[in-house]
Design a binder for this molecule. Structure first.
Ligand code: SAM
Length: 235
């Protein structure tokens, strides 16, 4: 079974794991791949909806992996015991939903050794929530699939509240890598915000003026980062 680049980068970062829980697994591609490649001994594939869970069950049976992957149906981490999963993966959902899932079962979230999170949007707000609620961001990557960019973050529970962790629209760890995909990503963000600004400028309502001002700040941030990266690349 082949994984898309987004799920492959997550799978590649997992080794020698006793139990991984894939929350909102949908098709169960990730747990099947992880077990088949002996990266994990056991996996729990969960989903809030019965339809995807049933499809996953059939796919797991087809691969003869019923003894290694269990399916659970329910909201977020509610279907797990404390300490049951060494690694939690939550991918392909909105950042605010991911934060809500963690918030609703904070003890279970913190009982995992590592969390791998891939928000489809609002990654900045998710990272902000994480550092304000006892997690540390260990690494961040951007992966491109077609013309879409996905941010993946590796996170650990962290109780040192005295250590300040800076949060920016782009994580510092990502900036330090200065990868080509990062430049593409910044360009796409600049385009995205220029388009939004053009749209809200035409509306001239109280909310659109507020949105315009917010977007200008974000656009300036991306432009400044781009300029800075280019300058450094020329050195
Ligand atoms: C777009 S799919 C992502 C599938 C897979 N994780 C991936 O990254 O390709 C999102 C899945 O999450 C499930 N889901 C949404 N909210 C959830 C929640 N609160 N708890 C568990 N699963 C949820 C949906 O039913 C859906 O199957």
């Amino acid at each position: 079974m082949c994984l898309t680049p987004r799920l492959k980068i997550i799978a590649d970062s997992i080794e020698n794991c006793k139990c991984v829980a894939d929350i909102g697994s949908d098709h169960a591609y990730l747990p099947i791949y992880l077990v088949k490649h002996k990266k994990v001994k056991k996996a729990i594939a969960t989903d809030v909806n019965i339809g995807p869970a049933n499809n996953s069950k059939k796919r797991i049976q087809l691969h003869g992996l019923d003894n290694f992957i269990v399916i659970r149906v329910g909201f977020g981490l509610n279907v797990l015991e404390k300490g049951e999963a060494e690694i939690l993966v939550i991918s392909g959902m909105g950042g605010l939903l991911i934060a809500d899932i963690l918030k609703q079962s904070l003890e279970i979230a913190k009982s995992a050794g590592q969390l791998i999170l891939q928000p489809m949007r609002d990654s900045y707000l998710l990272r902000k929530w994480l550092v304000e609620n006892g997690f540390k961001i260990i690494d961040v990557e951007i992966v491109k699939e077609g013309n879409k960019f996905y941010e993946i973050m590796w996170v650990k529970p962290y109780d040192n509240v005295n250590e300040p962790q800076a949060i920016n629209y782009i994580d510092d760890k990502l900036l330090n890598k200065k990868s080509l995909v990062l430049k593409d990503y910044i360009d796409s963000k600049i385009k995205e915000y220029e388009t939004i600004i053009e749209r809200v400028k035409a509306q001239n309502t109280f909310n659109s003026i507020k949105r315009y001002k917010e977007c200008i700040i974000v656009l300036d941030y991306y432009k400044e980062v781009k300029e800075c990266l280019w300058q450094n690349a020329e050195l």
